[in-house]
Write a protein that binds this ligand. Structure first.
Ligand code: GLY
Length: 364
């Protein structure tokens, strides 16, 4: 088992543990009961976790209540689901002495974290991510959120978890498309922070895709270290944390414009290619770097081009809703090279002229 401590200066708990292992889930519940003795437990999960047997494995003989999100996925990540979760907790007469346990992928973690952040003005949450996207990114770092009809994560709060338990064995039941798409967030971490990690992913991609547990544990360890370091430096995204949104400005717009037909990681893959094209337009990064990234994303079998049915104008309208927008125009995270974020005047997210963005979207 591997552990990583994330220190969050401004949060009440000051720090929390991410624990990584294969087969953690089975023995976890008694530990959660002991660590949160005196708390009522309320699990939030979704139908996929129930059918894969992961909820049963977590709870064992416990009769703790579980709210099962249905249908699973982004379509349920909305205010109605959050209200239903909160009203279910109210009907069960739960109070502030409640621990929310999020078992699932990014959608489950984001909604459960949001519900925990606002229920009775905030109760603790433990994140148990079970997908590649959640283990790499969404479960670590305290971002919670739900979508509006216009944009992703329009409602949200920073609500740091009390602990994160990453069981890479849960990835063995994940469908192949979800598995591959979520790995894009691992590539994003390597791109923004660590060229050695990028090489590790290039050299071990087959073993990752075969879901070898020792390689998945190593990947999770790289991810927690990179994300943990960034979150410790800037927990509430004043500047440096923006680097975690590499590829996401265009990625979020593409994801929304596709009507969520594209998975988050698939849209981010397109966004990473777009960011690379902007870097070339601005002459801040070498051309061969983009080709290296394109090759690995192609090997991962995620899209690297805009689907033909997405209109450039719709994308630009959606991009204006990006949460990094200033005066209704987005800021972009860009790279000078693998592991090196472009950071003029100490700013990690920068202005890109509309003509450049327009040119890139035309050829993307
Ligand atoms: N997913 C980006 C962040 O946690 O800041």
């Amino acid at each position: 088992m591997l552990e990583h401590e994330i220190k969050i200066p401004a949060s009440p708990a000051k720090s929390y543990r991410t624990e990584i292992g294969s087969g953690l889930l089975g023995g976890l519940w008694p530990r959660i009961e002991a660590d949160f003795n005196g708390y009522n437990k309320f699990v939030v999960t979704d139908e996929n976790l129930v059918s894969a047997g992961h909820l049963e494995k977590l709870l064992g003989q416990s009769d703790a209540p579980a709210f099962v999100i249905s249908p699973p996925g982004e379509a349920s990540k909305n205010i109605d689901t959050a209200v239903t979760i909160i009203e279910t907790m109210e009907k069960a007469c739960l109070g502030r002495d409640t621990l929310v346990v999020a078992l699932g992928g990014g959608t489950v973690g984001d909604i459960a974290g949001f519900a925990a952040a606002v229920f009775k003005r905030g109760v603790p949450v433990i994140q148990i991510p079970t997908t590649t996207v959640a283990q790499a990114d969404s479960a670590v770092g305290g971002k919670t959120g739900i979508d509006s009809s216009l944009s992703k994560n329009a409602f949200g709060a920073f609500w740091h978890p009390s602990a994160v338990y990453i069981d890479v064995a849960t990835l063995t039941t994940l469908d192949d498309r979800q598995f591959r798409a979520g790995l894009v967030e691992s590539f994003k971490h390597a791109l923004i922070a660590d060229s050695e990690y990028f090489e590790y992913l290039e050299n071990n991609l087959d073993a990752v895709l075969e879901r070898k547990s020792e390689v998945l544990e190593k990947v999770a360890q790289f991810n927690c270290k990179i994300k943990g370091d960034v979150v410790e430096t800037d927990p509430y995204e004043q500047n440096k944390r923006r680097i975690l949104n590499y590829g996401h400005t265009i990625g979020h717009a593409v994801e929304t414009a596709s009507g969520f037909e594209l998975l988050h990681g698939e849209a981010v893959a397109i966004g990473i290619i777009a960011a690379g094209m902007i870097e070339i337009e601005l002459k801040i990064a070498p051309k061969d770097r983009l080709e290296r990234v394109r090759q690995i994303l192609e090997k991962l079998d995620v899209p690297v081009k805009l689907p033909p049915n997405l209109a450039e104008k719709d994308l630009i309208d959606l991009i204006k809703h990006d949460k990094k927008a200033v005066n209704k125009w987005p800021r972009f995270v860009l790279l000078n090279d693998i592991g090196q974020v472009y950071c003029p005047d100490g700013q990690y997210a920068v202005d890109v002229a509309p003509e450049i963005l327009g040119r890139v979207l035309k050829i993307l």
